[in-house]
Design a binder for this molecule. Structure first.
Ligand SMILES: Nc1ncnc2c1ncn2[C@@H]1O[C@H](COP(=O)(O)OP(=O)(O)OP(=O)(O)O)[C@@H](O)[C@H]1O
Ligand SMILES: Nc1nc2c(ncn2[C@@H]2O[C@H](COP(=O)(O)O)[C@@H](O)[C@H]2O)c(=O)[nH]1
Length: 211
């Protein structure tokens, strides 16, 4: 039975210091949430072993990145760890128009830009690691970056974490299953926000009129 209630798609952002677990959480969340679509960023950084073009990133040259910026094809963009990253506008707009939700793995600079453009539709979550030592352990055991890259990311961790209070939610990623449940709970609750459910007023009116 159709109730005439539809939902506006939302944009859910995960940020954290590098290595806290955003990619891991995102992959698991996408498996359990068919209505959720991952925003695939463009980046000028080289692919890591095992990264797949179009799934993890679109790997592009600095010249291509500059062109996308000039043509205003990016919803947001930032320089992170001396590489450029950005979110292509088109796929996000298409997903939202279909009433789907979009998941972003972006840094605090990109989050600020998204919030500036679409505050009502953005839910931001900051992921914290249990400790600095554990963060470094995760970056090392991921074994995908050379030692100098791991060191550079650890050196930036404190700066990244300083933005925690700009986020709507903060989740401590110690136990992965627990983290996943917490992020799912946020998504499920946010989907039910009154302003995201269009047609609700008409439905309630019919209900009250006994139709
Ligand atoms: N709760 C957890 N407990 C233990 N290990 C974890 C947990 N969450 C993630 N990891 C591991 O930590 C490593 C880093 O995780 P991941 O790549 O998801 O981080 P990230 O935040 O996406 O990093 P980056 O910002 O560099 O892309 C991975 O090897 C992942 O398996
Ligand atoms: N502002 C943006 N930040 C992004 C985007 N895509 C990824 N990121 C962030 O960059 C760092 C490093 O990522 P890595 O894959 O090289 O480890 C991390 O904090 C990501 O969240 C983007 O499109 N815009």
């Amino acid at each position: 039975m159709s109730h005439g209630i539809e939902r506006r798609g939302l944009m859910m952002v995960l940020s954290s210091p590098s290595g806290a677990g955003k990619t891991t959480i995102s992959r698991k969340l996408l498996q359990s949430e068919p209505q959720l679509k991952m925003s695939v960023s463009v980046t000028t950084r080289p692919p890591r072993p095992g990264e797949v073009e179009g799934r993890d990133y679109f790997f592009i040259t600095p010249e291509q990145f500059g062109l996308m910026v000039n043509r205003r094809e990016l919803l947001e963009h930032a320089k992170v760890f001396s590489n450029h990253y950005g979110t292509p506008k088109g796929p996000v707009a298409e997903a939202l128009a279909l009433g789907r939700d979009v998941l972003f793995d972006i840094d605090w600079q990109g989050t600020q830009q998204l919030v500036e453009h679409a505050r009502e539709d953005v839910i931001s979550i900051f992921i914290l690691p249990p400790s600095t030592r554990e963060l470094e352990r995760r970056l090392r055991q991921r074994a995908q970056d050379p030692a100098d890259v791991v060191a550079a990311r650890m050196a930036k961790a404190s700066d990244e974490i300083s933005h925690w209070a700009e986020y709507d939610y903060v989740v401590l990623n110690e136990d992965l299953e627990k983290t996943l449940l917490q992020v799912q709970s946020i998504l499920h609750a946010e989907r039910l926000r009154r302003r995201r459910q269009t047609g609700l007023g008409d439905f309630v009116k019919r209900l009250r009129d006994g139709v």
